[in-house]
Design a protein around this ligand. Structure first.
Ligand code: IVH
Length: 663
């Protein structure tokens, strides 16, 4: 018997190995074919198609997303948290319909709505919901989502729009946040907002890497064969779209309110096992004619309603309130809780935001509190179970002194946050400023996580970010758990940070209220750190988007001698403290729009594009009446040439283009 079991086990193992091998082979073949296609496309750019499989890996940059008016307005759903209202809605629909309607229950995916147009079976355009009437053209980014077909199969309508929800699968979202945690960066708050942000990234290669996904929930068009919503969804599946799995009860036809309610009850329990987030259930009348008869209100269809799940809530004990000190000295109170399971994760801590929040909740020591997972990753306390409060429990009083350096805290008029004013001597502020300085969006220094910063600080090797430039390979390699390779990497990365543009350095300095955008404006206006240091209040306020509060904070920063010495030191190390004008940049091509086509002899297509941008011109992909020049290389497609001639676009050769720039 034992032998038989062993044999069976070996058989399963060998089958598994066989599948894994075949999968690997398939992936290799696919990679090889893609590489081949990439090579051929780069050699023969005139034959590149917008929907080529190579577009899946992204790489195209969208500088500004165009605005597109929706052919069919993108309405929202009326929604409710109340089961009674669902019962009332169903009664109303039943009364209004001459024959009893069939309903379709679906998941309400918690992501971003998207409308995708197909023509002749090819993906043409993908547009966000926007204000419902017009949205943003995010086609380049949507092309990288592998579950959205670029070309359709089977028998599809010639022209139609399909709508669905783009979302962040939880494993991919968690992976992204793990990477952020490793870099010591602030985590993304939730999958929905991150999906929305990702869809609007300029670099489609990053979108491809993040791994968004999409479920479809509606087909719109003039001549659709389907007579009902459920059959339209089914057909969309045949054309290659990802549609909800009926077998897994992700979509279900219901003929009465009891079936609807049991669908809701099932998913209210099961939703935490899904690999993505849903925030409710959508109930739709299935038949298109019945839908049409029921019609719309100004905002939403009468034939559909969304039932929203209540946020999951649990009760647990407040053990202690502790206080965190941020890099700006801001004090954040944190509730330390008796660990409790909430929506698949164990919750031990909840943010209390500030003193007002503690007062509002009237928190007492050892209170039994209600914790809820809202849209944010860190759960929040929404209330106190007064029935369980000990009558002698003391009220929680906000601290008066910094928990790290004991300096008396300050709270400015009109502000909600308490601050530790010991800018120079408070350890978490010092370390926080260095961590901010090296972060990706600032100086982008690799290889130094928060633990390494902590060790370097403890050993007295760094007290501020200027000290980073004095570190040697030996200083770093001798730290705990540090290998030669990582130490080398860190030193190299510190050195490379000297080339980071001035605007990022300004952001890295960590001046309160000077975020990325403000830093950009300041860099553009002042061009040199000395000009910024010398600027008075009036001059600062004169800069676009800089108000009193920011101006005051900048003044305060540079009035500190310590800060001025640090900045002087950065200067001596060679950190970029002025705007560097690229040697070969000019504004010769300002207001000129270019299309480049074909293969070139002296410069690559990429170099050509860079030259156009560096000199103030604009690159576009296709010829229109707005195109000023078509730079024509060898093997240019005849259609492009004809269109350019038709529209009277000036056609120039590679040499003529280079001559424009005196090259
Ligand atoms: S049907 C006329 N079905 O929920 C509106 N919407 O406010 C048709 N959503 O922004 C929408 N899952 O993006 C529909 N299964 C589903 C959905 C769904 C998520 C989103 C949709 C819209 C919002 C409705």
């Amino acid at each position: 018997k034992k032998e038989a079991v062993e044999r069976e086990k070996r058989l399963v193992e060998s089958k598994k190995a066989q599948v894994l091998r075949a999968r690997k082979d398939a992936q290799n073949l696919l990679n090889q074919a893609n590489k081949e296609l990439e090579k051929l496309e780069s050699e023969n750019p005139e034959f590149i198609e917008e929907n080529s499989p190579t577009k899946r890996v992204g790489g195209d940059i969208t500088k500004k997303f165009g605005t597109i008016v929706h052919e069919y307005p993108m309405l929202s759903l009326s929604n409710t948290y109340s089961e009674e209202e669902i019962i009332d809605w169903e009664k109303r629909i039943n009364k209004l319909s001459p024959t009893p309607p069939t309903y379709v229950c679906e998941l309400k995916y918690d992501g971003v709505a998207i409308g995708i147009r197909y023509e002749g079976g090819k993906l043409k355009q993908a547009v966000t919901r926007g204000d419902g009437t017009k949205g943003e053209d995010v086609t380049t980014n949507v092309r990288t989502i592998r579950t959205i077909p670029l070309s359709l199969k089977g028998e599809y309508p010639d022209k139609f729009e399909i709508r669905g929800e783009i979302f962040f699968p939880l494993t991919n979202f968690n992976r992204l946040n793990d990477q952020k945690a490793e870099l010591g960066e602030e985590l993304y708050a939730n999958p929905r907002n991150t999906a929305s942000g990702t869809l609007k990234l300029q670099n489609s290669a990053i979108v491809a890497e993040r791994g968004l996904d999409c479920y479809l929930y509606g087909v719109y068009g003039e001549r659709l064969a389907a007579k009902s919503h459920s059959s339209a969804v089914k057909s969309a599946g045949d054309w290659g779209f990802k549609i909800p799995d009926e077998g897994k009860k992700m979509i279900s036809k219901c003929s009465n309110i009891d079936e609807i309610m049991s669908f809701i009850a099932y998913w209210d329990k099961q939703r935490s096992n899904l690999p993505f987030e849903i925030d409710g259930i959508v109930i739709k009348v299935d038949d298109y004619i019945q839908q049409e008869d029921l019609g719309f209100t100004s905002k939403s269809p009468r034939w559909a309603i969304a039932y929203k799940f209540k946020a999951e809530q649990v009760e647990t004990k407040l053990n202690e309130v502790t206080y965190q000190v941020g890099r700006t000295g801001a004090i954040t109170p944190v509730a330390n809780l008796e660990p409790v399971l909430l929506a698949q994760t164990t919750v031990k801590r909840a943010s209390l935001h500030n003193a007002d929040q503690i007062a509002k909740l009237d928190l007492h020591q050892g209170d039994s509190v209600y914790v809820e997972k809202g849209g944010e990753i860190i759960p929040k306390i929404v209330g106190v179970n007064l029935a369980r409060r000990d009558k002698d429990a003391e009220q929680i009083e906000f601290i008066h002194n910094c928990p790290e350096c004991n300096t008396e805290l300050v709270r400015k008029e009109g502000e909600v946050q308490h601050y530790c004013p010991n800018f120079i001597g408070c350890a978490p502020q010092i370390k926080g400023r260095i961590e901010h300085y090296i972060s990706r969006k600032a100086m982008d220094i690799d290889g130094l996580g928060p633990e390494t910063i902590d060790l370097l600080f403890k050993q007295g090797l760094i007290e501020n970010y200027a000290d980073l430039y004095e570190l040697t390979f030996h200083d770093i390699v001798e730290l705990e758990r540090m290998a030669d390779k990582s130490a080398n990497n860190a030193i190299k990365s510190i050195k490379e940070s000297k080339n980071i543009p001035f605007e990022s350095v300004l952001f890295a300095l960590g001046i309160r209220y000077v975020g990325e955008t403000v830093a950009k404006k300041l860099a553009k206006h002042f061009k040199h750190i000395d000009a910024l240091i010398q600027a008075d209040n009036d001059e600062l306020i004169g800069v676009d988007e800089i108000g009193e509060k920011i101006a005051q904070s900048i003044r305060q920063f540079f009035e500190s001698e310590t800060n001025r010495i640090i900045v002087e030191r950065l200067k001596t190390y060679g950190v970029n403290l002025e705007v560097v004008i690229e040697e070969d940049a000019s504004d010769i091509l300002t207001d000129k729009t270019f299309v480049i086509s074909g293969v070139f002899e002296k410069v690559s297509r990429k170099e050509l594009k860079e030259l156009i941008e560096k000199n103030g011109g604009k690159n576009t992909g296709s010829i229109s009446a707005k195109t000023n020049f078509l730079v024509a290389g060898d093997n240019m497609g005849p259609a492009k040439l004809a269109k350019a001639t038709d529209l009277g676009v000036t056609i120039i050769s590679e040499d003529e283009f280079l001559a424009m720039l005196n090259l």
